[in-house]
Write a protein that binds this ligand. Structure first.
Ligand code: PAF
Length: 288
């Protein structure tokens, strides 16, 4: 496994694979890797000949007062984990390497689907993601790029970006990886105190309970309100509890799949999760 820190170095490392027309898979990350990231790498290994993982804490996707400075940078540990799952190349550029050469005058804004959910609470976040992911796509030029479904809205933004800008690659979404108690794996889970870590899986438990309640015919608005109330009772500060169609459009009818979304803070740690629910067989008239 090689580690490259410059665009030039990465381009040179990938040249033989490109000449041999090998399939290149790409897993963009901000490091501090966990089983969720490693699952993305394993998915990439299954269909690609060469797998590149980027590790870059992207300053422009963090808002003022967010955790850019404290975001854990654990390159050595990440490298060991990536070697174990067969990553071929780590791309770990500096901020200067990614943004330093010329002032950046281009922004990328995927509209509509970034207007609410995390887009509303984190203004500018998805613009920052769109810019860095586009830059990384242009640098790595992969055939496939892998993203976790935990960041559901991010995945939708990237799919839209790739479609709108004709970026020549296929985006693959990989299911959420959870701890045994149901907590969706996230680098930010490391910020939780012992007590908060015990409370954190409540999000997933409530999502699962909501699935059952909706299947039994409870009204969606009531089910969403209950999640909010119960999260607040165990000490979360709720940002949003929402339901959308899988394409993030508002729900119009309940005989289709829906996705429930939660974002809530426990202490200073912001957690997000989502659950896709298939209503085809279980919906009740009361929900309409
Ligand atoms: O999901 C992440 O870790 C980041 O948002 C990404 C896609 C690597 C862009 O910085």
């Amino acid at each position: 496994m090689k580690t490259e820190t410059t665009i030039q170095g990465l381009t040179a490392s990938l040249a033989p694979a490109r000449t041999a027309k090998k399939l290149i898979g790409f897993v963009p990350t901000m490091g501090n890797l966990h089983e969720g990231h490693l699952t993305l790498v394993r998915a990439a290994k299954k269909i690609c000949d060469v797998v590149v993982v980027s590790i870059f804490v992207n300053p422009i996707q963090f808002g003022a007062g967010e955790d850019f400075d404290s975001y854990p940078r654990t390159l050595e540990q990440d490298s060991r984990l990536l070697a174990d799952v067969g990553c071929d190349i780590i791309f770990a550029p500096s901020v200067e390497q990614m943004y330093g050469k010329h002032p950046r005058l281009t922004n990328i804004r995927v509209s509509q689907i970034t207007n609410d959910l995390c887009g509303e609470s984190r203004p500018g976040h998805f613009d920052g993601v769109a810019v860095v992911v586009t830059k990384l796509f242009n640098i790595v030029q992969p055939d496939y790029a892998f993203f976790g479904q935990k960041d559901y809205q991010q995945l939708a933004v990237i799919r839209q970006l790739v479609q709108d800008l004709n970026i020549p690659l296929e985006v693959i979404g990989v299911p959420i990886v959870r701890a045994a108690d149901g907590l969706a794996l996230s680098s930010r889970n490391g910020y939780l105190s012992e007590e908060e870590r015990i409370a954190a899986p409540t999000i997933y438990q409530l999502l699962k309970q909501a699935e059952v309640a909706l299947g039994e015919g409870q009204a969606l608005s009531q089910v969403l309100a209950n999640i909010s109330i119960e999260l607040t009772q165990v000490g979360f500060v709720v940002d949003y509890v929402e339901a959308r169609q899988p394409n993030l459009q508002p729900i119009e009818q309940f005989d289709r799949d829906v996705v429930l979304f939660v974002a809530a803070k426990l202490g200073s740690t912001r957690l997000i999760d989502n659950l896709q629910i298939n209503f085809k067989t279980s919906v009740h008239d009361k929900n309409r």
